[in-house]
Design a protein around this ligand. Structure first.
Ligand SMILES: Nc1ncnc2c1ncn2[C@@H]1O[C@H](COP(=O)(O)OP(=O)(O)O)[C@@H](O)[C@H]1O
Ligand SMILES: [Mg+2]
Length: 227
């Protein structure tokens, strides 16, 4: 088994609302993993627990062999550099150019700003401010910034939600590109067309547990039958 983000019997409630009900899954840190499931079903909660932004009520979370749920904050910062969590919305600094935003993140052995910008296709937009480009470009700049951490993988929470088809396609192409650079992507996404085109595997969160884990093909077939 390669490197994974491992969840074992994870439970998490808010008040008396049980969101995760003993969820177990291994999310590989290579290729492209799509995390799907109903809105409000706990996908973001799962991501946040995965990088230690939220504690499970019980269960174990292990990233690269290290217990996330037990890690002190200082270790969590290291783990979040290895697997950054790119939140929904872009979280860029509005007063800086895209290039300056990308330059903000850095790590030992980080690829250069120029290299990242080139790879993600931001060259023509590097001196623009976030407000001067569309949401798809902002998302791609956030992905570029995460790449500057020289991560093993990154978690993208709904990277294409709210984008028009063309912008979404470019973000999905960026996701595929990130994976070809050897950086795995775990993406929460409802985009079944992209799922078919670029996902290595699918994990469905359903009623607080994993409803499906496996290849995209059988998942899409099942969805087509279940409606
Ligand atoms: N910090 C929080 N406080 C209270 N309830 C929360 C909190 N975070 C998430 N929830 C609830 O947990 C459930 C799952 O949320 P979420 O993981 O964001 O769903 P999604 O699958 O759409 O990402 C929702 O009912 C949401 O309202
Ligand atoms: Mg969410």
């Amino acid at each position: 088994m390669g490197e994974v983000l491992h969840f074992a019997n994870v439970r998490r409630a808010f008040g008396d609302h049980q969101v995760l009900r003993g969820l177990s899954v291994d999310l590989p840190l290579d290729g492209v993993t799509f995390v799907v499931g109903k809105s409000g079903g706990g996908k973001s909660v799962l991501c946040r627990i995965g990088v230690g932004l939220l504690k499970p009520d019980s269960g174990e979370v292990t990233l690269l062999g290290e217990r996330v749920d037990l890690a002190p904050e200082r270790r969590l910062n290291d783990l979040r550099a290895k697997v950054p969590y790119v939140v929904q919305g872009h979280a860029l600094l509005d007063w800086m150019t895209l290039e300056e935003n990308v330059a903000l993140a850095t790590a030992p052995n980080a690829p250069s700003v120029d290299e990242v910008i080139e790879r993600i296709g931001l060259n023509d937009f590097r001196t623009r401010k976030p407000s001067e480009v569309g949401p798809g470009l902002r998302k791609r700049a956030a992905i570029a910034r995460a790449l500057r951490l020289a991560p093993r993988a990154m978690i993208l929470d709904e990277p294409t939600t709210g984008l028009d088809r063309q912008a979404a396609d470019l973000v999905n192409a960026t996701i595929a590109q990130v994976a070809t650079l050897g950086v795995g992507v775990i993406a929460v996404s409802h985009d079944y067309r992209a799922l078919e085109a670029i996902a290595s595997r699918v994990v469905e969160v359903r009623e607080g547990v994993v409803g499906y884990v496996g290849a995209p093909g059988p998942f899409l077939q099942r969805e087509a039958h279940d409606g």
